[in-house]
Design a protein around this ligand. Structure first.
Ligand SMILES: [Zn+2]
Length: 166
């Protein structure tokens, strides 16, 4: 049986736009991206859904690339967030509704970033990605991840940007 609690070494990476970071993929659950003194712990969502049933080595490799993908696609995530901030309908009738809008923006932002990051993994690995999932099929995981994230990203973004009809 494989020891799943093992911590992979720290990977020092550098994004295409010059930002350096450290990535640690811990076991099969928590991932860490460290930008200087800022530590971003990544939820295990992608691993639970998308990497289900993959052998340890391939799971860790794709997970590491996914974390690096977050760094590589950070400009996309920032652009999307700025778009929401500038064009979003933030003036809501009550404080609770404004709070809900902020929460919705956070979820839409995260879903968009997940899509961008995993797209980076696909683009980076190319045929390798298809081979891994052909050998270890996980259709439900793909439907849940791609479908769920795409729905959250588009519907919530549209909701935040929607004009007030009243
Ligand atoms: Zn992610």
């Amino acid at each position: 049986m494989e020891a799943d609690t093992a911590v992979s070494p720290t990977h020092h990476v550098r994004s295409w736009y010059g930002l350096s970071a450290e990535i640690v993929v811990e076991g099969s659950l928590w991932h860490l991206v460290r930008l200087g003194r800022l530590a971003l712990y990544h939820p295990p969502l992608v691993n639970l859904v998308l990497r289900r049933g993959l052998p340890r080595e391939e799971r860790l490799r794709l997970s590491l690339l996914h974390e690096f993908g977050h760094l590589q696609t950070l400009p996309v995530a920032v652009f999307h967030l700025l778009w929401l901030v500038v064009y979003g309908r933030w003036r809501r009738p009550t404080k609770a509704q404004t709070g809900l809008t902020v929460l919705t923006a956070v979820v839409a932002h995260q879903a968009t970033w997940e899509l961008a990051s995993e797209s980076y993994v696909m683009a980076h690995t190319g045929p390798e990605y298809r081979r891994i999932y052909r050998e270890h099929p996980n259709p439900l995981g793909h439907i849940v991840f791609w479908g769920g994230m795409a729905l959250l990203a588009t519907l919530l973004t549209r909701w935040i940007l929607a004009k007030n009809k009243s």
